[in-house]
Design a protein around this ligand. Structure first.
Ligand code: GLV
Ligand code: MG
Length: 312
């Protein structure tokens, strides 16, 4: 539910095609922080309507742990969105945490989904606000409006970059979205990543990077993940279980970082509360309130990843 999952980890977000019973059945055994059952681009148009019940049944009946569980519906510029939302949310039951809306172009699209969810929640007896929303930014118009989109509804939990559709929307001369372009001097998505991250953080959202399509290239994937991890993203999509393992490692702090962050918090507490100083030396560096804020992020992420502080 929205309140339950807002702060839960999303280091690894596994995409599962909603039309495939085989993939659906396997999904609970893949240790992703978040799993979304897809009705959109991994499902063929002729399978879309039938996939709704497969997905709802999978949410109700499969042995999910307490991970974030989501269904991606089709975008508002198709004929399927309202049917996807009504049919899945009405019959999936309480275990469904969120709906993911792809190709969001404006805040109004999030508001429309929010209103529809409010009526369904009333009719099927889910608490108001039970279902959270994740929105994908994957068109040029969506990127231009990302700030309003992030602020469009209290249901919003995460904002996601969709590199494949975005490359198509930009008309970039590439045939694989979401991978490095060696001829470009720098990171061709740097501006996009930063803009989405700022809009998400300004509205208290988690910020997630989308898919890396070369699923048979784990080293390139590992390398590529560093770009959004270093900027501060919370996690990234996985299209295959092997990518989940890599993401859970890369988007967690190391034990050293975790212990170091705790030591900063202790030193800062001692300085401010006992010595009544705002800034103090910690080893070779000066620490202050900004250092505390940075350290808190490592501690929270480490705790989410199950780390415990080493004995001093
Ligand atoms: C994901 O949906 C993408 O288009 O990259
Ligand atoms: Mg897409």
């Amino acid at each position: 539910m929205s309140a339950r999952t807002r702060a839960m980890p999303r280091r690894s977000c596994l995409s599962v095609p909603g039309s495939s019973e085989r993939f659906l059945e396997k999904a609970p055994s893949v240790p992703a922080d978040m799993t979304f059952l897809d009705l959109e681009d991994s499902v063929a148009p002729l399978e879309k309507v039938e996939a709704r019940q497969k997905v709802a049944k999978a949410v109700r009946e499969l042995p999910w742990d307490d991970r974030v569980l989501c269904v991606r519906v089709n975008a508002w510029d198709t004929k399927w969105t309202y049917g996807d939302v009504i049919e899945v949310v009405s019959s999936a039951g309480e275990r469904l945490d969120e709906v993911m809306l792809p190709k969001v172009q404006s805040a109004a699209e999030v508001v429309a989904l929010d209103l529809l969810l409010t009526q369904i929640e009333q009719n099927v007896g889910l608490g108001q606000g039970h279902i959270g929303i994740e929105a994908q930014i994957e068109t040029t118009r969506g990127l231009i409006n990302v700030e309003e989109i992030c602020a469009a509804s209290p249901r919003m939990e995460a904002i996601i970059f969709g590199p494949a559709d975005f490359a198509a929307s930009m008309e970039m001369p590439v045939l694989t979205g979401g991978v490095q372009i060696p001829e470009y001097p720098g990171d061709h998505f740097h501006y996009v990543f930063s803009k989405i991250l700022m809009a998400g953080r300004a509205n208290g959202l988690q910020v997630i990077d989308g898919p890396f399509l070369k699923v048979r290239e784990p080293d390139a994937f590992r390398d590529f993940c560093q770009r959004t991890r270093v900027l501060g993203y919370d996690g990234k999509w996985a299209l295959h279980p092997d990518q989940v393992t890599i993401l859970n490692e890369i988007f967690s702090p190391t034990q050293d970082q975790f212990d170091h962050a705790w030591a900063i918090l202790d030193a800062y507490k001692e300085a401010t509360e006992n010595e009544r100083k705002g800034a103090v030396m910690f080893g070779d560096e000066m620490i202050d309130e900004a250092s505390r804020k940075m350290a808190i992020k490592f501690v929270t992420r480490g705790e989410r990843a199950g780390l415990e502080r080493s004995e001093p």
